[in-house]
Design a protein around this ligand. Sequence first.
Ligand SMILES: NC(=O)c1ccc[n+]([C@@H]2O[C@H](COP(=O)([O-])OP(=O)(O)OC[C@H]3O[C@@H](n4cnc5c(N)ncnc54)[C@H](OP(=O)(O)O)[C@@H]3O)[C@@H](O)[C@H]2O)c1
Length: 326
Amino acid sequence: MVTSQPGSGVTAALDWVMDKSLVLGYTKVGPALRRRWWPADPAPGALAGRHVLVTGATGGLGLATAAGLARLGAVVHVTGRDAGRLERARATLLSDQPDASVETHVSDVSDLAGTAEFARDLASRVPRLHALVHNAGVMPPKRTTTDEGHELALATHVLGPHVLTFGLRESLAGGRVVLVTSGGAYAQRLDVDDPEFTQGTYSGTAAYARTKRMQLVLAPLWARELGGDAVTVASMHPGWADTPGVTESLPGFAKVTGPLLRDAEQGADTAVWLAATGDPIDSGRFWHDRRQRATHYAPVRVETPGEVERFWAFVCETTGVPAPVR
Ligand SMILES: NC(=O)c1ccc[n+]([C@@H]2O[C@H](COP(=O)([O-])OP(=O)(O)OC[C@H]3O[C@@H](n4cnc5c(N)ncnc54)[C@H](OP(=O)(O)O)[C@@H]3O)[C@@H](O)[C@H]2O)c1
């Protein structure tokens, strides 16, 4: 069943204009206006006792997402690469919500073998996982490869999340998977010829946006693959939010947009809503501010079905999951 799009024709048109204008839709103006017509908040206690996992939750949007889910009663599992930053995140979550259940896990999602091991361990201890939010993100200043030889943005945004999702497949049955992508994906087409960005001049912003496009393409593929387990998949973009990632990776952008940037809670809102709402969600779709969005704007062309299948084959072969049927 499809979640109905909120609002009358007039609000739908206004919402669309805001989206196209970028500044109105992506900044804090977006949620300030759209909350008048967007779908209801999840019920208080909607996630009481349910386990959720948020990757990259030591700061920024991941921490805000974990806080939002904890406020709804979830047992929150958070990951990051550094034990000290995770401890500080736990303290922040507990100061916001003193009765929250928070479990921290040192896990680098760009390390595919380590991520598979983490998934095995978590699945053995948490047989039912209500939601997995793939939030961890990076904009490498120069081309960097992981110890396993993968370009870092690709490993962090695409390959690692794929390994984690399929490693937790059984625990996620009946649950939700949310991919935190970016409006930057609109600027890039799916590149199936050079997914590891080995050719041309490397740019961190281009690598970031290319792999964010891949996340958009991945969502319906995961929905197709995991539909049999009743896992609902969504991708979303947060707009422009004031986080360490934005101020450190894009200082010029942060300076110009500063007063208009969303706070982290506003940026995380749709990820929390998608993970927690009791409304049915049409699997595989792309969301922003609690509304389904177009995945492409001209002049960036839509990928062909052949390109999508080549991309899927690349991701499955590179990660080894799901295991090929023999
Ligand atoms: N802020 C925005 O305006 C905006 C806009 C569009 C999309 N997004 C997306 O939203 C997500 C969060 O962005 P943000 O702005 O909050 O970024 P941020 O402030 O840089 O936070 C990134 C988080 O990811 C974690 N992380 C990075 N690499 C990791 C890895 N390999 N394994 C595990 N954790 C890792 C970091 O934790 P440690 O360093 O402690 O490991 C940190 O907690 C990203 O996916 C980003 O692309 C943000």
